[in-house]
Design a protein around this ligand. Structure first.
Ligand SMILES: [Cu+2]
Length: 166
């Protein structure tokens, strides 16, 4: 009996580090998967290959410009300036996704979110999004803070198919 217990204790010592390293590894993989997740509107981009587009947000609940055209395959660095006096954010997605997300934000105003296709910008500060538009289509960008989307704080993002003239 004593012997068996001793054996079990040893087994626990041997197995514990294996379990740890395995858990760690899985966590790391998961983190990478979140960062480079393919969305219908693209994937997180490499800043070194990016073209910069400046976007301005203000308390009039507007983006300037509110229509952006890019070409399929392009990586864009959106430099997003908040010229207003309250927090704003820029989130890229499909119209459907953004509308649903905006409704959720109305229900749960404290809800926090952080993804590579969004940036939250404090008054008088700048944020950035680096995004690779590897799929053509018509998408949207919006501010999903409660009430802002509903007040019209959104714009359209057109990804022209590669090889076609605009
Ligand atoms: Cu806003």
């Amino acid at each position: 009996m004593k012997n068996t217990l001793k054996k079990l204790a040893w087994l626990a010592v041997l197995v514990a580090p294996l379990a740890w390293s395995h858990g760690d590894d899985a966590g790391h993989r998961e983190q990478q998967a979140v960062v480079k997740e393919q969305k219908s509107w693209g994937i997180a981009g490499d800043p070194k290959r990016a073209r910069t587009i400046e976007v301005r947000m203000d308390d009039g609940m507007r983006f300037r410009p509110d229509r952006i055209e890019v070409r399929e395959g392009e990586t864009i660095r959106f430099v997003v300036r908040n010229a207003g006096g309250v927090l704003h954010e820029m989130v890229i997605g499909t119209e459907e996704e953004l509308r649903e997300h905006a409704a959720l934000m109305q229900k749960f105003p404290g809800m926090e979110h952080e993804e590579p296709y969004m940036t939250h910008v404090k008054p008088r500060e700048r944020g950035a999004i680096v995004w690779n538009f590897n799929r053509p289509g018509t998408f949207q960008f919006a501010c999903l803070l409660p009430g802002h989307y509903e007040a019209g704080m959104k714009g359209s993002l057109v990804v022209l198919p590669a090889g076609k003239k605009s």
